[in-house]
Design a protein around this ligand. Sequence first.
Ligand code: PMP
Length: 390
Amino acid sequence: MELSRRITGLTGGGSDGWDVYYRAREMVAEGKPVIELTIGEHDIGTDRRILDAMHAATLRGHTGYSMFHGNTNLREAVARRVTEQTGTPTSPDNVLVVPGGQAGLFATHHAACDEGDTALYIDPYYATYPGTIRGVGARAKAIAARPERVFQPDPADIAAAAPGASSLLINTPNNPTGVIYTEETLQGIARVCQEHDLWLISDEVYDTMVWRGRHVSPRTLPGMESRTLVVGSMSKSHAMTGSRIGWVIGPEEAIFHMGTLATHTTYGVAGFVQEAAVFALGQGDAFEAEIAAPFRRRRDLALEMLEGQTAARPIPADGGMYVLIDIRATGLSGEAFALRLLEEHLVAVMPGESFGQAAAGHVRVALTVEDERLTAALGLLIELATELAA
Ligand code: PMP
């Protein structure tokens, strides 16, 4: 039987960019001591207090169907948080609860794009972006953010691609680059969205991991509230990746219709997970800072080690869980370098090419192992890059 092109074409054909990751997993299964710095998974599990709250919620009876848009107490807690953090008044009707940021990316593109519409996104990008866009029947069009601009997108490039498009997807703090978009960049983006009548889909799942500068949510910029859909998640901020819990913030009408989409897809998020999320959000900023602290420390360690290196040059890493490293001086692609690092030194990092063409010749290091293993791995990476560049 023939399957739909929509589903067989999700990854766009060819490699999905995860070959190094799969190879590392195989090697681990064979018993090899690989240091895995590939995906964005915390090295701690979900906090015991959150798990206790989840368990208590099951015993209180939160095991049946829940509200499709999300339970009122969680929508209220998210609305309060967004209002406090951004200063833009946000009500529970502006909040849709979704099973993770990924589901939010899908729902927002469903809301913004009709079949065949063009959806813009910035390269380098989080690996699922083009597939998510294709998954709603839209055409994915990448706009490069160049290394020469330290991966800040140029609003002029977006304006050139914008005529006829329906939406633009951005991500700050950014995965994989670690770059935080400046207010100037965001103002330029906001101008283009207004001039070309684009929905702005703003992926802010790393908003609690800011090491330098300030995270600005573009929804707060003049004229943007009515056309911005913000994707948030508790995966990174609360180390709750497996609980699948996040949200979309947007205008009431958009949220209402995305709730209808939830009725026809996910049928809502588990009630006990929502209760645990309310508890976790109630722990406040100090708890979130505690979750983020190891990444800040390891980011500092990594940048210190990489400072002054010419064969492995770090991109500044102002936020998020990763450090992107420019290895173009080695003459290898990110993929070829990552494969050699894996086979010869048992260190697994993600090739920049896994995140598009703009980060070719770079590798992304996830700061997700304890400090000593991270510094040992970085030492091996620097050694290999230096040897190849010589
Ligand atoms: N956006 C970005 C930029 C990400 O890095 C991730 C996860 N790695 C997600 C969205 C999705 O995360 P989740 O579905 O776990 O919230």
